[in-house]
Design a binder for this molecule. Structure first.
Ligand code: PLP
Length: 398
């Protein structure tokens, strides 16, 4: 037996872990309604036509070579323009790095800043790769909790308790996965102040930035005066191109504190050669092209959000905050006596209501006794899912 490394064997990814028991049921001919994976392209969403055409054209015109490690210069210009327009940030192409989606940007950032034993503040609950990657680099993820009753806004007092001399960065996921929270400006300013006190950067995951319902997204990059902010974004959500694996990061660093980190990230980028060349041409089309498709898609998502929010809150034993962004809802399992854990609840729902959702504890601290559901499917499917779940809960609660 050849042993794998402990750091790789220790990786957990709850969102995909629950798929195995679902597959077993499907093998027996049982139809499962899948509300587990945040991929809009698995439902009735597609990248806009002009992006698809640009991708195909790039291949046919011969853009099939290795590109620059930091990304296509035309794309980096388009990113600068997009981000100046959206966030008013003062950046140049030298502040931008194109990556194989936000996931690679996270690998680069944590790879560049985490030494063994260093701590990184991450939201609790949070998107699982944050915990996994910080641990992979022998760091220690520390969750700052969300305040559920306040729509899961970050608890700044808790953040203050968790920060220490060992903290190397504060990660912000806004709009948030899994809670759907949209952080307000005041909270973001408080986060920047705290980062400033400890002289550490804020890492801002803005992959859902234009996917908001009532409110508008504010970037810490647009608010900072001296605290360095690393912003990440990409094609996966707002541009509906999850499978193209393309994203970017940029540095808002008014006092040039991140010069060394930037250099380290440049080194990491060079040893992986370059991001996908034709996908970058499609990204230029997306970032500079019309956005009217998004209005139509957001209208559909809002209808689905409103529906699931209303239905979940009518089901006995469950309650949910209204998501203000992204396409996730994170209900609380009020009735704990019937199951040993939230994972048992999720498996019971899978086997008996035939709906696949993800247990909240899979999103780390603060997620216990909740579950995450996506509201990407059309209302008819959500209706079937909620009917099944309601019947299941009524039976269980007697
Ligand atoms: N960040 C957050 C908060 C996400 O929810 C996701 C995907 O669900 C990602 C990053 C992954 O993004 P990408 O496809 O750009 O790697």
């Amino acid at each position: 037996m050849i042993h794998a490394s402990k750091r790789a064997m220790g990786i957990e990814y709850a969102i995909r872990d629950v798929v195995l028991p679902a597959r077993e049921l499907e093998k027996q001919g049982i139809k499962i309604i899948k509300l587990n994976i945040g991929d809009p392209v698995k439902f009735d969403f597609q990248p806009p036509q002009h992006m698809k055409e640009a991708y195909c054209r790039a291949i046919m015109e011969g853009h099939n070579y290795y590109g620059e490690s930091e990304g296509d210069i035309e794309l980096r210009k388009a990113i600068v323009e997009r981000e100046k327009k959206k966030n008013g940030v003062d950046i140049t192409v030298d502040d931008v790095m194109v990556t194989a989606a936000v996931t690679e940007a996270l690998q680069f950032i944590f790879g560049a800043i985490v030494e063994p034993g260093d701590e990184v503040l991450i939201p609790g609950p949070s998107y699982p790769p944050y915990v996994a990657l910080v641990k992979f680099y022998d760091g220690v993820p520390k969750a700052y909790l969300g305040i559920e009753e306040e729509g899961w806004q970050p608890d700044i007092d808790d953040m203050r308790k968790k920060i220490s001399e060992k903290t190397k960065a504060i990660a912000v996921i806004n709009p948030n996965n899994p809670t759907g929270a949209l952080y307000d400006k005041k909270t973001l300013k408080e986060i920047l102040d705290l980062a400033g006190e400890y002289d550490i950067p804020v890492i801002s995951d803005e992959i859902y930035d234009l996917m908001t319902y009532e409110g508008k997204h504010v970037s810490p990059g647009s608010l900072t005066k001296d605290v360095p902010v690393i912003v990440m974004n990409g094609l996966s959500k707002v541009y509906f191109a999850t499978g193209w694996r393309l994203g970017y990061m940029y540095f808002v660093d008014p006092e040039n504190k991140l010069a060394e980190v930037k250099e380290a990230i440049g080194k990491l980028a060079r040893i992986r050669l370059c991001p996908n060349t034709p996908a970058q041409k499609a990204a230029i089309a997306g970032l500079t092209g019309p956005m009217d498709y998004l209005d139509e898609y957001m209208k559909k998502l809002k209808e689905r959000r409103d529906y699931i929010y209303k239905r979940l809150n009518e089901i006995p034993g469950l309650s949910a905050q209204k998501p203000e962004g992204a396409f996730y809802i994170f209900p609380r399992i009020e009735e704990k006596s019937k199951w040993k854990s939230d994972k048992e609840f999720v498996l019971d729902v899978l086997r008996n209501a035939h709906i696949l959702v993800v247990h909240g504890s899979g999103f780390g601290e603060g997620g216990e006794w909740h579950f995450r559901a996506v509201f990407l499917p059309p209302v008819e499917i959500l209706e079937q899912a909620m009917d099944n779940l309601e019947k299941f809960m009524r039976e269980r609660l007697g």
